[in-house]
Write a protein that binds this ligand. Structure first.
Ligand code: AMP
Ligand code: MG
Length: 319
């Protein structure tokens, strides 16, 4: 009900009034300091910060992903060529590590035209930003430790810099205990059934990792064991905030998976060519949904509350 009321508020929203409000200003200040903390943590660990692309001939297929609910994949024609709007920069990250960049991150705007009913989840926007990072040669556990440390450093920074804003919002940032627990998707399915993604975070008191989730071809799959070396990070109450994986790099396997998934071989021809020439390399990484991270940090109810210009599925505002 609370979320339904919020959706109605967004529909009635005056963009100027909302931006001028004290609460929005407090949230956006925390957002700004969160970006400072996240980017500093990655830069301090030797990552190279790159800027995003918005149009490209190649983007994340977002398929098959049990969590995806995309009603349109926008394409543009520019200079006589068809390009897509970025759904994620995963394949660009793989190209970068293949070309010898050891550790990279990008604040990457993603355009995903989510179905309208996702306005009610309070967690979906049709434009959002990922802090998308990749580490050449890394394994799952390396990424777990990195992300845990970055989140703790971010909360510590916010505790120092944003006392006034948290008091205006009537909440405290929560510093989680590390290391986070790790569950397999099967364990959670056994305990909670098919709705584990919604139910498990409601019971959780600390963030937790989930591994082995069937999805897109670029996540590493052990075909013999039938296990995926990927992971999601879940936050208490708020749910998924990050998806990532160890990556596929071998041509035969990638081609097999692309065909198995019914994804277009032609659309990924250049990428497949790199793999065929043996240029792709093992890596691991993830994308952190920064709006969702700030939603949890500021304990708001709806993603519209953390975006200056809300991009709620089904609702196109004048700005
Ligand atoms: P994905 O790889 O598709 O899971 O996206 C990576 C992260 O981006 C997710 O874990 C979320 O934190 C965030 N994210 C994905 N879709 C949305 C959306 N529609 N609105 C806001 N954040 C999203
Ligand atoms: Mg995901």
């Amino acid at each position: 009900m609370k979320v339904q009321a919020l959706v109605e508020n967004i529909l009635a929203l005056d963009v100027y009034e909302s931006l001028a409000g004290v609460q929005k200003k407090a949230v956006l200040h925390v957002f700004s300091e969160t970006l400072r903390a996240l980017t500093t943590s990655f830069l301090d660990r030797g990552f190279t910060w790159l800027l995003p692309v918005i149009t490209s001939k190649i983007t994340d297929p977002l398929w098959p992903d049990p969590g995806a609910s995309i009603e349109l994949r926008p394409e543009l024609e520019i200079y006589g060529e068809h390009v897509r709007l970025t759904q994620s920069m995963i394949l660009h990250k793989q190209l970068l590590v293949a070309a010898g960049y050891e550790k990279i991150f990008i604040l990457s705007p993603n355009i995903r035209i989510e179905r309208r009913e996702r306005a009610k989840t309070g967690r979906h926007a049709y434009e959002f930003t990922q802090l998308d990072f990749e580490v050449r040669g890394a394994k799952r556990e390396d990424i777990f430790r990195l992300v845990e440390d970055v989140i703790v450093e971010t909360v510590e920074h916010l505790e120092d810099c944003c006392r006034k804003e948290f008091s205006q919002l009537g909440v405290e940032p929560e510093k989680p205990r590390t290391p986070f627990k790790v569950y397999t998707r099967r364990e959670l399915e056994e305990k909670y059934g098919k709705r584990w993604e919604t139910l498990a975070p409601l019971e959780a008191e600390e963030p937790f990792w989930v591994t082995d989730i069937p999805r897109e071809f670029y996540d590493y799959e052990d075909l013999e064991k039938g296990e995926w070396r990927n992971y999601d990070l879940y936050l208490p109450t708020y749910g998924e905030v990050l998806s990532g994986a160890e990556r596929e790099w071998q041509y035969d396997k990638i081609l097999y998976k692309i065909k198995r998934d019914g994804v277009s071989v032609d659309a990924y021809a250049y990428y497949l060519g790199l793999a065929r020439r043996g240029l792709l390399v093992p890596s691991a990484g993830a994308g952190i949904g920064v709006e969702r991270l700030v939603l949890w940090l500021t304990k708001r109810s709806h993603i519209a509350e953390v975006q200056p210009f809300p991009r709620v599925p089904g609702i196109v505002l004048p700005f």
